[in-house]
Design a binder for this molecule. Sequence first.
Ligand code: SF4
Length: 501
Amino acid sequence: MTGTFVGMPAFPDAARTALADTQLRHNLAHATATIRGKRDRLVAEVDASGVGWEELRLAGAAVKERALRGLDEHLVRLEESLTAHGATVHWARDAAEANRVVVDVARRHGVDEVVKVKSMATQEIELNEALAAAGIAAWETDLAELIVQLGGDLPSHILVPAIHRNRAEIREIFQRRMAAAGRPAPDDLTDDPAALAAAARAHLREKFLRARMAVSGANFAVAETGTLVVVESEGNGRMCLTLPDVLVSIVGIEKVVPTWGELDPLLRLLPRSSTGERMNPYTSTWTGVTPGDGPQEVHVVLLDNGRTRALADEVGRQALRCIRCSACLNVCPVYERVGGHAYGSVYPGPIGAILNPLLKGTGDPQTDSLPYASSLCGACFDACPVRIDIPEVLVHLRSRVVDGHRGDRVPKAEAVAMRAAAFAFSDAWRLGLGERVAAVVGRVHGRLGRTTLPGGRRSMTRLPGPGAGWTGARDLPAPPRESFRAWWRRTDGRLDEERTP
Ligand code: SF4
């Protein structure tokens, strides 16, 4: 029932469509401002307690960095620990291999439906679609994921996948689509949040009690003990992780944490950065199979799907520290205006702008457009609990995109502009000529459509021809009437007061 991101347009085109949706912008602005406010209050509380938010960030980043540096050893240890506790470990190079494992397990048990804990990894590999192709229904049990699934929609936020929907829209989706998927919504359903949650609870309850197989992801995987950790807010995860007989967990290889003790800073950073809570309402941990308690058959699929490619990138590998808290989305001025769908991936916002090209590689127009979906303001780095320098990675990826087009037979406008700049800057006479031409162009366009920027700087609002696309969305400062070199020649480098006797 959920759509797919395959075939999404490049970011500028998708963003243009999203910007025309005023309801979307209103929903996003309201939701991100609310989450930001809660998070900021808790960060201030940590600082006031004397622990220090920055110290906590440094500790969290160090844990993830240690885990990534020794990833090969930690993963082998994780496999040994899991196997020792009765779990079956599978290694999946890509989405197809991971999906095949889940379908095979489901077929072996003769199930035609599974319940799911919210999981980015399963969305990344499009597991629901793979299960549907095999005749197996996958039921999302997180409230926001349920809304997305029933609406035949796509997630637009890491933490709140239905952030683009308001209460009235959710009520309408429940009334229209719940009956086809199981227990229908009550006829008198209102858009009161408690009523909507109650309708979802009743709808999901029969699925929890009936399902024989569950699929989850994991927020963390402790190598030392073979323990998987899922944090969530609704209790649906706990139901999925304890009621069915069979459990399959898809775990990205970057989720490994060496020791149980190193979970400490991460479990303090994650809820504060994501939902703005001191701790998650539900933190479930499980270690393989416990006879007579919970699932009696546990499979863990360790997923690569581009992660080793990202790890090989010396600048970009820090993106694998991500704990999917979504704080960078909530502070991003670009995300707040265009929403998640414009990024064409389950990973939207600033982290999506770097993670997608790192996982998939550059070279595709949609992926190549993502590193440019940022103003490089740096708010994402300030908010990130594990100190991922997203602006640094964005600039690095932009250079990779540019490098990938150096051999093009028809160069891009940007490449032509850079070559022209290099030609002009490499010769004093050519640079002087360019400055004089720019000053004339600036004066002409200043008369046609000039505005004044903050601080009194003048701006050319619209350039003709190829420049129109660039100035359509940006302020282009008008060239000064006199260049620095011309001023130097005229004054010999002395200020007016120095020259006046
Ligand atoms: S990049 Fe940082 S802020 Fe963004 S989702 Fe990942 S951990 Fe959170």
